[in-house]
Design a protein around this ligand. Structure first.
Ligand SMILES: [Ca+2]
Length: 181
C-alpha cells in the first residue's frame, strides 16, 4: 500500500520522459527522405511514347514488333513490344554520355504473364553491358538505376527487351538524365 503513491509518481515521470521522445519519433517519421540530387535535362526522345505508332525515335533490333498501345503508365500511350523470333529482340535509343559522370535511368514496365522484360545499358565504346536486369512484374512498375559512365564511353544504348520467344512487354515514361554533383 505504501508503495502505490511512489509507483504512481514513477509512472507519471516515465510518461513525462517518454512523451517528448514519442513526439520526436513521430516528427522524424513524417520527414520526407531527402532527394538532393540535381538532374540535368531529359536525354530520351519520346520517352512517354505519345508520338507515333510505332512510337517515334525507337529503333528495333532483331525480331520484335513495336506498337503504341493504350492502358499506359501515364499519358495516353505506351510502347508494346512483342518478341516474335528466336533472338532476343528490343527497342533501342542511344544517348551521348560523358565518361566519369553519373546518370539516372527511370522507366515504367509491365509484363504479360510468363513474359520477361530485360532492361539494359550498352556501352558502345567498350562493347559491354553497363547494367542488365530481368523483370517479370505484371503491373506497371517503376525501375530506377544510377550508372557511372566508364572511361571512353561516350554513347550508351538504352535497350528495352521483350526477352524470350513470345514475350510481350510494355514500357512507358523512359527517362535518362545526368546527375549534377
Ligand atoms: Ca505514355
Amino acid at each position: 500500500m505504501e508503495n502505490k503513491p511512489f509507483k504512481g509518481v514513477c509512472q507519471c515521470m516515465k510518461l513525462k520522459i517518454v512523451w517528448p521522445s514519442l513526439v520526436v519519433i513521430l516528427f522524424s517519421a513524417m520527414e520526407a527522405p531527402a532527394d538532393t540530387a540535381k538532374l540535368g535535362p531529359e536525354m530520351i526522345l519520346n520517352g512517354g511514347m505519345e508520338a507515333g505508332n510505332p512510337p517515334e525515335k525507337w529503333k528495333t533490333v532483331n525480331d520484335v514488333t513495336l506498337s503504341a498501345d493504350v492502358n499506359p503508365g501515364s499519358g495516353e500511350h505506351c510502347l508494346k513490344i512483342i518478341q516474335s523470333g528466336k533472338k532476343a529482340g528490343l527497342a533501342r535509343q542511344d544517348v551521348s554520355t560523358v565518361p566519369g559522370k553519373k546518370y539516372e535511368l527511370t522507366l515504367k514496365y509491365k509484363c504479360q504473364p510468363d513474359s520477361t522484360a530485360r532492361i539494359e545499358g550498352w556501352d558502345h565504346k567498350n562493347g559491354r553491358n553497363l547494367f542488365a536486369e530481368h523483370k517479370t512484374e505484371g503491373v506497371w512498375t517503376v525501375y530506377k538505376y544510377v550508372v557511372t559512365i566508364p572511361s571512353g564511353c561516350e554513347s550508351v544504348g538504352i535497350l528495352l527487351y521483350a526477352f524470350g520467344s513470345g514475350s510481350v512487354v510494355w514500357y512507358d515514361d523512359v527517362s535518362f538524365k545526368a546527375i549534377e554533383e
